[in-house]
Design a binder for this molecule. Sequence first.
Ligand SMILES: NC(=O)c1ccc[n+]([C@@H]2O[C@H](COP(=O)([O-])OP(=O)(O)OC[C@H]3O[C@@H](n4cnc5c(N)ncnc54)[C@H](O)[C@@H]3O)[C@@H](O)[C@H]2O)c1
Length: 365
Amino acid sequence: MAPAKTTSIVIETREDTFSEGTDYMAAKRTYRVGVIGAGSIAQECHFPGYKKHGKANLVAFADPAVARHGEIQDQFGNLNAYDDFRDMLDQENLDVVSVCTPNKFHAENVIGALEAGCHVLCEKPIATTLKEADQMIATAKRKRKKLMIGFTHRLFRGPQRCKQLLKEKAIGKPFMIRIRFAHGGPYPGWAKNCWFYNKELSAGGALLDMGIHAIDLALWLFGPMVSVSGHAATLIKKIEVDDNAVLIVEFKNGALGYIEVGWTSKPGFGGLEIYGTEGSLICDYERGLQQFGGEASAGKDGVSKHTTLEKNPAAGGWEIEIDHWMDVVAGKERLTMSGRAGRDALEVALAVYKSSESGRRVTLG
Ligand SMILES: NC(=O)c1ccc[n+]([C@@H]2O[C@H](COP(=O)([O-])OP(=O)(O)OC[C@H]3O[C@@H](n4cnc5c(N)ncnc54)[C@H](O)[C@@H]3O)[C@@H](O)[C@H]2O)c1
């Protein structure tokens, strides 16, 4: 098998320096890998990523949907299949586990895998409550194992470049970020069933699904937030969770942010915009990343100059996520999408639900 491509990701803000555990396996030749939850994200990102990685020995998966077992074995080879993740952890002596189950199960899956001595890559959102997130982070720390959250957008080329440009102060002092992520919804078409729309299993709708990525990007690019106000609503779909949400955030550095997410959108703008005192970065996932300069007065004499920096800002992501994770496991890359980062994003998302109910701005811890 060809050696895995290594990736180097842009760092660092306060939360990025947080690391749960030290890796003692870097010298090991291969890592025994298992996956919990064998649905769409596992099949699109985790299984293929481990299969092509020279240091990963993908041996097993657990999923109670027995129909999934044959589907996975047809696509990814003769892996050992389990109905219950606990049996897989007991019998497979794994080093690395991916958790790709519905949100409600993340905490028990992650804690189980950490207790079994594994490094864990958990899909977003980290969990459904802050209490669960705290337990997951504490377990990783106690077991001295790594816990990474799948904040894929950080691995897209566009946001990577934005992070670098902000570090270089390429647009002066950034004072505003706007992010919009929207599509037609995860089911039908993506997920294996309609669990995303079930409050008990998901704990939230578009805000917890797409919003969590947007919130994480905003935190990663602009630093901690001090308050949020927002509105999460079910506008179009006949479901019990929100299908659209809008939030306004205030950062500790004084900047403002505006985030809009939805599950009911026809194609439209998807990406982020960052405004600074010396220029702007418009990162349209479909059309490219552009850096704007020039003058914009209130009159008709505005002069805008722009350069296209990246034609395909959404390249990267799932394609490189497992390579990046395996580098984190081996100690070649720092753990940046940490459990702490997962908790920080969850805290903001849950505060938006609170704000939506009360109609008030919520101060963040
Ligand atoms: N990073 C991303 O961009 C991204 C994209 C999509 C989904 N996700 C996240 O991935 C997770 C899974 O989403 P999905 O889209 O793959 O859903 P899915 O419905 O396609 O797959 C979920 C799978 O989990 C299995 N499952 C359910 N309960 C289980 C349990 N207790 N133990 C083991 N397996 C169990 C189901 O049978 C199903 O096969 C969610 O948390 C979601 O938010 C992340």
